[in-house]
Write a protein that binds this ligand. Structure first.
Ligand SMILES: [Zn+2]
Length: 322
């Protein structure tokens, strides 16, 4: 059962870990957040007042190797997607993520350690109803043979398909409804992955400096370098779905609809989210308790539509500022 009210952490989560790209040790403290404030990142190693970055789509500044968000002072945080997926997957609406460096620690390359930390910290319900974006019209983005699409669906569902020449990965396809149980059991443990023949190039660009088989699946042609092997036979496509959850979480509220991706990636996911939110006809805000009372997508009440429109105007203004 999906919560109809907003939720945050019961206690703080302190952690120190390594950044995948910077290789730096980074201290992190995740704190409970006030209602309607969403997920916000705060860089504590920069001048006070300059380090706040809301985890929203219009703060995305780069998507080459992970999702990077930034603010008007040029301050950024890299690799937010696995933590965003964990927070969203566990149904956390509001939280403050303090960091003393430029990157979220990579942990084991999946979202599972974040989920374990969230479970230990506990979750509390808050005195505010939860909003969602209801997909009302199909929006699609193409790039070469790749595409990602959001289409109307009464529940959140993700279908992803990947196609790699390496026989260790090959063609993998998975379609699943997304809820907390599915996220924790089937998706959170899937690790990020990299290719041996690309490592030198990444090192030369000062990227993946913290990468190792401890925090990624390493693929060498038809072989998996990691001694422990895979956690799922289709761990790669599961991780792609984990990334999609993290990227979609930058909508700020749950998105109710079917995300369909062929060879999806952070850049395409973000392009789709921007196009979707900018398309007035493509979505409406709904309050989750009222949505659940409605026996069908078309019967959203007038009152709800009015509120949704007011919220959309607020978002449009935000877009202009961004
Ligand atoms: Zn990832």
């Amino acid at each position: 059962m999906v919560s109809i009210v907003q939720r945050t952490l019961k206690t703080c989560i302190p952690y120190v870990g390594t950044g995948l790209h910077s290789g730096c040790r980074i201290g992190m403290l995740i704190r409970p957040g006030e209602v309607n404030t969403g997920i916000r990142f705060v860089r504590n190693d920069v001048a006070a007042g300059r380090g706040v970055i809301p985890a929203l789509w219009h703060h995305v500044v780069d998507t080459q190797l992970g999702t990077i968000i930034g603010n008007e002072f040029g301050i950024s945080v890299s690799t937010v997607e696995h933590l965003m997926a964990a927070l969203h997957g566990c149904g956390i609406d509001n939280a403050v993520v303090e960091l003393d460096g430029p990157e979220v620690p990579i942990l084991d390359g999946s979202a599972e350690p974040f989920v374990a930390m969230i479970d230990r910290a506990g979750i509390v319900e808050q005195q505010a109803k939860r909003w969602a974006m209801l997909v009302q019209d199909t929006v699609e983005v193409h790039a070469d043979d790749k595409y990602v699409r959001l289409e109307p669906c009464p529940v959140t569902r993700i279908t992803a398909e990947i196609e790699f020449p390496n026989s260790a990965i090959g063609n993998q396809r998975l379609s699943t409804v997304i809820n907390e149980a599915v996220f924790k059991r089937d998706l959170s443990r899937a690790r990020t992955f990299g290719f041996v023949d690309q490592i030198e190039d990444l090192y030369e660009r000062d990227l993946a400096l913290g990468g190792s088989p401890r925090n990624a699946i390493l693929v060498d042609g038809e072989n998996i370098v990691n001694e422990e092997g895979l956690r799922f036979h289709d761990e790669f496509v599961r991780h792609k779905i984990l990334d999609i959850i993290g990227d979609l979480a930058l909508a700020g509220v749950p998105v109710i609809g079917h995300f369909h991706g062929y060879k999806p990636g952070h850049a395409l996911n973000q392009a789709l989210l921007r196009k979707f939110i900018a398309s007035d006809h493509a979505w409406s805000y709904v309050m989750l308790d009222e949505f659940e009372d409605v026996p069908g997508l078309r019967r959203i009440s007038d009152a709800l539509a009015t509120t949704a429109n007011r919220m959309k105007k607020a978002w449009s203004r935000l877009r202009v500022v961004a």
